[in-house]
Design a binder for this molecule. Structure first.
Ligand code: RM4
Ligand code: MN
Ligand code: MN
Length: 427
């Protein structure tokens, strides 16, 4: 199944009239506010968000899993799925692999297929939270922090192997998320566990190519429910600081306790040049992995607002931070969900670009919280959808990707090609 330029052209022709009716008045309005509309559209168009290879099939909970049908059964099929998304929105031009869920056996062929679909490889993720078949040592009681040096060595070697795969594919970052921790008070020596983790990370860091980054995730709980070795941004920041300039913190939006001020974390990390990347998703309670922007769109907007404030310029923002989705889809078609997520991320970015930064700074300096709120709300309440649509049309993407996806019955076609009982590896 391919989405062709012909499909896009026909769809966009149908959408033209309705689009123009909403876009032109918005241009007038933005002109009146001295916004450089073309520049804005250009910024929206070039912003790319990587798609996780582990979230292209139906996810599940420990209570069950309900396949959607037509799920990708191989890495090639996963790349094809991301290619479909990118053809529809021209905003998902990268894929992030999780190893060993996806092992690129034939790297040349995998790279060629990705190249054909105009995709690059974003960060590669290691997995030391599950035991694999034929694995010598178990990660039941941890990996990089384990009490037994042999287990730590196995986990270090796995991470180095992941770097090698990534290098062959053109990736430039390794994301490490550790499930290590303890379930009961007294089970683990906190200091020793953290020190061992640091030493293991140092061994991996030594193997990192010069132009690579190591992105360190944190998470307060799950799968361990009493303590996690890297529970919060402070611990990730501490490790990244000890490791060196190539190590930075990765913020997964779902990995915070309820009501955490994530935008403030983003500001602090940006200030210290330690913000390495994002895993976008949304949540009500914890690591829910729901569609980005589905629950807290204002938080997402505030995060982007801090990002714009914290980065030097557009190139810095677009290229120096790894933008990835990390979600799981229990009831939605994963591809539809990912289209919605990318759209929500870009909406938040576009709105944050509309903030009157100078006015906001003046309001802050003058201790005028009312005006500060008005300025933020003015941007947040703007309907930026016509800008996103225009950005897509100019990039030869679909005016309305989700609509075209449904019109073409992409899922139906994938089911026809792949059958209804394939199960994708991943979450
Ligand atoms: C974790 C974490 C990691 C992801 C795994 C599958 O909660 O978010 O980034 O790779 O889930
Ligand atoms: Mn994550
Ligand atoms: Mn997670």
């Amino acid at each position: 199944m391919r989405v062709t330029q012909q499909h896009i052209r026909e769809h966009n022709k149908d959408a033209e009239e309705e689009h123009t009716a909403s876009f032109l008045p918005l241009v007038d309005q933005l002109d009146g506010k001295d916004v450089e509309v073309d520049l804005l559209i250009d910024q929206i168009a070039s912003f790319q968000v990587a798609i996780p290879s582990w979230a292209l099939g139906a996810g599940g909970t420990r209570f069950g899993r309900f396949p959607v049908g037509g799920e990708p059964g191989s890495l090639q099929e996963k790349i094809t799925d991301v290619g479909l998304l990118h053809a529809l929105n021209r905003s998902s031009g990268a894929i992030s692999l999780h190893i060993p869920w996806d092992i690129p056996e034939d790297t040349t062929a995998v790279r060629a297929l990705a190249g054909e679909l105009d995709l690059v490889f974003d960060a590669v993720n290691s997995n030391t939270f599950q035991d694999q078949e034929n694995q010598e040592h178990s990660y039941k009681f941890g990996s990089l922090s384990h009490t037994d040096a042999a287990v730590r060595k196995q986990a270090v070697e796995h991470n180095i192997e992941v770097i090698r795969y990534g290098d062959a594919l053109g990736s430039r970052a390794l994301t490490v998320w550790l499930a290590d921790g303890s379930n009961f008070p007294g089970q683990q020596n906190f200091q020793k566990a953290l020190r061992r983790t640091r030493e293991s990370l140092e061994e991996i860091y030594t193997e990192l190519p010069d132009d690579w980054q190591m992105l360190i995730e944190y998470k307060p709980y799950e799968p361990n429910f009493y303590s996690m070795v890297i529970p919060d941004w402070g611990t990730s920041f501490l490790l990244a600081g000890k490791l060196g300039a190539k190590a930075r913190t990765l913020v997964d939006l779902g990995h915070h306790l309820p009501n955490t001020n994530i935008e403030q974390i983003v500001a602090t990390l940006s200030m210290e040049d330690k913000l390495g990347g994002f895993h976008f998703n949304d949540s009500k309670y914890g690591d829910d992995d729901l569609t980005t922007g589905a629950i807290k769109p204002y938080q997402l907007f505030l995060i982007f607002s801090e990002l714009i404030e914290g980065t030097e310029d557009r190139a810095d923002l677009e290229n120096n931070i790894a933008w990835m989705i990390d979600a799981s889809h229990n009831v939605k078609d994963p591809l539809e969900d990912l289209l919605q997520s990318v759209e929500a991320i870009k909406k938040a970015y576009a709105k944050a670009l509309l903030v009157d930064r100078r006015g906001l700074e003046e309001a802050r300096e003058a201790n005028d919280p009312v005006l500060a709120q008005e300025l933020l709300q003015d941007a947040f309440q703007s309907d930026v959808r016509p800008l996103l649509r225009e950005a897509r049309i100019r990039s030869e993407a679909a005016a309305d990707p989700l609509r075209l996806y449904r019109e073409l019955d992409v899922r139906g076609q994938l089911i026809e090609e792949r059958g209804s009982d394939t199960i994708a590896t991943g979450l």
